[in-house]
Design a protein. Sequence first.
Length: 302
Amino acid sequence: MDNSRQQLKRTVKKHIPKDWLCELRIAYRIVMEAVNDIKRTGIINLVIITTMTAILTLFGVLFRGTLSLSTFANELGNVLEISVYLKSGTSPSIVKDRIREIEHVQKVTIKTKEESWGSLKQELGLHDVTNPLPDTLRVKVDKPENINEVFGKIKPISGVEDLGYAKELAKKMQVFMHVANTTMILVIIISAALTITIINNTIQLVIQSRKEEIEIMRLMGVSNWYIKTPLVLQGAFYGFASSVLAVFPVSWVQVPLQNMHKFFLIPSPIYAQNIVIITLLIIGTAFGAGGSLLSIKKHLQV
């Protein structure tokens, strides 16, 4: 019965001509309801926005720091190479072609024993000594986490005598990136939980203060979305306003991070600050609106 009524309602609604001026008035009324709800909340607005700003600032600072740390890790990863030492009489170009076919291999460079020996003789001042060095291939891998896989595939290739790389550095980089990513996920979860809790309590107070008004609107047949939307807009406003305020302290972190990049001669991540600001605005608004929706479902049976 309910399904047939809903279907009939949709069918009738399709054939009703749209009055854009009327819809504009409804949208205006909804926005004004949200504004009035914010005014009713009074001084609590300041407490809510301040608390959410602190939470989002913490998230923003960690997010910006993680972007820089990821850049450092990637740059260190680019320095990591596998040194492949060839047996005497082995053609470096043949082994190079075989290695280049391996997945995750980005670049292979040949370092002949003559080139290596010439550099070493100049550094150490050696003369009239037979060249003891083998031909070497320098293998660059696309990501540090793939270096072990590539290492294992190069080892059995015919003509390879020995190979090595900075294993401990690669392991530390993997652990470091794992910790950074896990921390970011935990911060997002904690930020979401705290934000939603704050918004939930606030919207509950608004619902209680407007309980009779909402009951009257329901008796008059006012649609559910008309009742819900101002509350969702109120939560979104808290999230957006807090995000905007959080941008300022997060921006202060930008200068020391850029100085750190310059000191270590590592380029700063492109558009990092813009990415952080956009992410803050999206997450803050989404968490605010999401907290309102959850509160509505919990405390308002519409």
